[in-house]
Design a protein around this ligand. Structure first.
Ligand code: SF4
Length: 208
């Protein structure tokens, strides 16, 4: 990868103010030369404050999942580029009961950053977290039709494996059910068996 091109991408991303309704700045979880990319949904207010993805309760669950296959949060953040369907906090819903779902236009606007990252990083493994992220690559109806499976994908001649996970939100009942938990465990096993994961974290995972 051209270092200059990568730095220029990060500069463009951090300075992006294309969507008028979102709350800048973009939250960036950049790792130079990562061979694993995680795509989340959209940052929340805590992530915007902290300046990095999955900084709050959903992150606690997400990193507990990865710890179950031997990789702690610090190691994960060091090796995995954490992107998202949109990189800015979309704002609260009017009733303040949750965050606004990004609009189609916002997702389209932000996909330009994703495409640049795919071109520059050429990751072998893409972990999709949450329905919105999954749907950008794998059209589906239900989480239980895709979680627990690995998908062979190709983007501009670059082959990679995509593995979906549900969103680790505390509001999700799907991840609390025994069937949901079993499918998450299956998906994590698939992730741990990927060559890109073994290269990043070692065969016995942990890597440290
Ligand atoms: S959501 Fe994406 S495209 Fe929109 S302003 Fe933020 S970084 Fe730019």
């Amino acid at each position: 990868m051209m270092k200059k091109e990568w730095e220029s991408h990060l500069e463009t991303l951090r300075a992006c103010r294309r969507c008028p309704r979102v709350f800048a700045p973009p939250v960036v979880g950049a790792v130079t030369d990562a061979s694993i990319l995680l795509i989340g949904q959209a940052p929340g207010p805590r992530e915007r404050e902290a300046g990095y993805p999955f900084a709050w309760t959903a992150g606690t669950t997400l990193f507990r999942w990865f710890a179950s296959i031997g990789v702690n949060e610090a190691r994960f953040r060091e090796k995995v580029y954490m992107g998202a369907v949109i990189r800015c906090f979309p704002g609260k819903l009017p009733d303040k009961q949750g965050d606004r779902k990004p609009s189609r236009l916002e997702m389209e606007n932000c996909s330009i950053h994703h495409r640049t990252e795919m071109r520059l990083l050429r990751p072998s493994l893409v972990i999709l977290v949450g329905k919105m992220a999954i749907e950008t690559l794998i059209p589906h109806g239900r989480l239980d039709e895709v979680v627990g499976l690995a998908f062979a994908m190709e983007e501009e001649g670059h082959p990679y494996t995509a593995i979906p996970l549900p969103h680790p939100s505390g509001l999700s009942r799907w991840i609390q059910k025994p069937e949901g938990k079993a499918l998450v465990a299956q998906a994590l096993e698939l992730i741990a068996a990927q060559p890109a994961w073994e290269d990043a974290f070692g065969r016995n995972h942990g890597g440290d």
